[in-house]
Design a protein around this ligand. Structure first.
Ligand SMILES: [Zn+2]
Length: 478
C-alpha cells in the first residue's frame, strides 16, 4: 500500500469510527455496549456520570433496568434499545433504587410492570416534595456552569466536561419543570423477588442502606450478570464519579444491616455464577474482589459497633477503634472511602443498634426553630441519663455551631457553643469556638473570657493567643 493511499484509508476508517459513535440524543452522544446477543448496556455522554441502562431481550418481553433522570432522553433510548435488540415488546422495568436519575424516566415505561423495592415509592414522593429547592439549585447552577465554561479553552477536556454537564443540567431542569404524575414501581418486595421471564430468571435482592433506602441487586444467572445499582464501584473511569463517589451508610435512611449483609453474603457466594458486576453508572466498574472487600468492611464495622455497644464502649471510643486509616489501611485510597464516610457509617450503625440519635442534630433543629430553654434542657439532661436517648459528640455539636456561624446566624451559633461548653467544660476547643462566636456577636468581654479559658486548658492554642492579641490591639475581626 503506498503512503498516500494508506493515509486515505486511515482517514476513511477514522470517519467511519467517528460516524459510528456520533449517534446523539438531544445533543448527547449515545453509547451502546453489547454484553451478549440479547443484552445491551446503553448511556448518554462521554464525561458525565450518567445512568447506564441495561436491556435484556427475554421470552417474556424486553426487560429494562433503570432509566435516566429524564423522560425525553429515555423516550429516545427506548427506540435505540428496540432497534439494537430488534424487539418492540417491552414488558418490564426494574428500578435499582429510588433516586431520580434511575426512576426519572419511569413514565416512558408506564406500559410495563415496574418492579422495585417497597421503599422506592416513598423515596420518589419525598424527592418530589423537594422539587422547589432543586429548581432553586438549578437556577444558580446553570449560570455558574455557563460562566465556568466561558473561561475554559474551547475544545479542552474541561470544556467538554462542562458542556456535557450544562446540557444535562438544562435538560433535567426542563424535565423537572414539566414533571407531573409519579410512576413508582407497581410490583414491589421487601427482601427477595424472583422474576420468571420465560427463558431468563431474574433474582432481585434488597441491599439498601449504604446508598439509598431502597437499593437492590439484580442477578441474571443466564447472562452471568450482577447489577449493583449505585451501591459501590471499585474503579472510577472518569474523575466525575457522581453517585458512585461514596460508600457509606446514609443518614436519614432506614437500616437493616443484618439483612443487607445476609443478602450480600448470598451474592458473594454466587461468585462462580457471575462474570460481570455492573454498577448503575457507566463510569464505574466493580470487581469481585472490590465487592468482597466492601462487604467485609461493613461486616467488620457492624460486628464491632454492635458488640462494642453491648460491652459498654462509647461511640467516641468506637470511632477511634474503627478509624479508616488505622483499622482499614488497605481501603484508604479505594473509591468511595473517606474518613468522613467511615465516621458517618459508624454513627448510623450506633443509632441503629442502640436506638440513640444524635444530640447535635436534635439541638441544631431546636435552636433553628427557636425552641425555648426547657426543650433544650430536656436534650441536655440526657447526657447524664442512665439510658440516654441521644449520643453526645463534642465535634458534631461544635460543627452544628459553625453551620449557624457560617450562615450568619450568630445568636444561634452562640447558643449551640454555650450548650457544648456546658456539656464539655474541659475542652479547650469548645471554649475557643465559643469565643469566636461571642466576638462575632459583639460580646467582647465574654469572648476574652472564653479565649482565656481555652488558653488555660491548652496554652498551645495559638488561635486563642492570636484572637486575644487582635482584640487587645483594637481589631475584632478574626
Ligand atoms: Zn443513586
Amino acid at each position: 500500500m503506498n503512503r498516500k493511499f494508506s493515509l486515505v484509508v486511515a482517514v476513511v476508517v477514522l470517519l467511519l469510527a467517528a460516524g459510528a459513535a456520533a449517534e446523539t440524543v438531544l445533543g448527547l452522544p449515545v453509547h451502546v455496549q453489547r454484553l451478549a446477543p440479547e443484552v445491551i448496556r446503553i448511556w448518554v455522554g462521554d464525561e458525565i456520570s450518567s445512568t447506564a441502562t441495561v436491556a435484556i431481550a427475554t421470552k417474556k418481553g424486553v426487560l429494562v433496568v433503570d432509566t435516566t433522570g429524564n423522560p425525553k432522553i429515555d423516550a429516545e433510548l427506548r427506540k435505540v434499545i428496540a432497534r439494537e435488540l430488534g424487539r418492540q415488546d417491552f414488558t418490564t422495568l426494574i428500578n435499582t433504587h429510588e433516586h431520580g436519575d434511575h426512576t426519572g424516566g419511569n413514565v416512558v415505561y408506564a406500559d410495563c410492570t415496574i418492579v422495585g423495592h417497597e421503599l422506592v415509592g416513598a423515596g420518589m414522593t419525598a424527592a418530589a416534595a423537594d422539587r422547589s429547592r432543586v429548581l432553586e439549585w438549578y437556577a444558580t447552577r446553570i449560570p455558574e456552569l455557563e460562566r465556568e465554561l466561558a473561561l475554559k479553552p474551547a475544545g479542552s477536556d474541561s470544556a467538554r466536561t462542562l458542556r456535557e454537564q450544562l446540557t444535562v443540567t438544562t435538560l433535567d431542569r426542563e424535565a423537572m419543570l414539566a414533571a407531573g404524575k409519579l410512576y413508582p414501581p407497581t410490583r414491589t418486595f421487601s427482601d427477595h423477588l424472583s422474576l420468571d421471564m420465560g427463558d431468563t430468571a431474574v433474582e432481585l435482592y434488597y441491599i439498601g442502606g449504604m446508598h439509598s433506602a431502597s437499593d437492590i441487586a439484580v442477578f441474571v444467572p443466564k447472562h452471568r450478570l450482577l447489577l449493583t445499582g449505585d451501591t459501590m464501584a471499585d474503579t472510577w473511569l472518569t474523575d466525575t464519579p457522581g453517585c458512585l463517589a461514596s460508600f457509606m451508610a446514609r443518614p436519614g435512611v432506614p437500616h437493616d444491616f443484618p439483612r443487607l449483609l445476609a443478602n450480600w453474603d448470598l451474592l458473594l457466594a454466587k461468585k462462580d455464577a457471575i462474570d460481570l458486576y455492573l454498577p448503575g453508572h457507566w463510569n464505574g466498574e466493580l470487581s469481585y474482589d472490590g465487592f468482597a472487600a466492601r462487604v467485609a468492611y461493613v461486616h467488620a464495622l457492624w460486628d464491632g459497633v454492635t458488640h462494642g455497644a453491648q460491652e459498654g464502649k462509647t461511640l467516641d471510643e468506637l470511632q477511634v477503634e474503627y478509624a479508616l486509616a488505622t483499622r482499614f489501611p488497605a481501603l484508604v485510597d479505594s473509591p468511595g472511602f473517606q474518613p468522613r464516610n467511615n465516621y458517618t457509617t459508624i454513627m448510623e450503625m450506633w443509632t441503629t443498634t442502640t436506638g440513640q440519635t444524635s444530640a447535635a442534630d436534635r439541638l441544631y433543629a431546636l435552636v433553628e426553630e427557636g425552641a425555648g430553654a426547657d426543650a433544650i434542657r430536656q436534650v441536655v439532661v440526657e447526657h447524664e441519663a442512665p439510658t440516654p436517648k441521644h449520643f453526645f459528640n463534642e465535634a458534631q455539636i461544635n460543627a452544628a455551631g459553625y453551620r449557624f456561624l457560617q450562615a450568619g446566624s450568630v445568636p444561634q451559633a452562640v447558643e449551640i457553643f454555650r450548650i457544648n461548653r456546658d456539656l464539655f467544660p474541659a475542652s479547650w476547643n469548645v471554649h475557643d469556638s465559643l469565643g469566636e462566636a461571642l466576638l462575632a456577636a459583639g460580646e467582647t468581654e465574654a469572648a476574652i473570657a472564653s479565649y482565656q479559658k481555652s488558653l488555660d486548658l491548652n496554652p498551645q492554642n495559638t488561635s486563642a493567643t492570636n484572637a486575644l492579641a487582635r482584640i487587645r490591639s483594637g481589631g475584632t475581626t478574626p
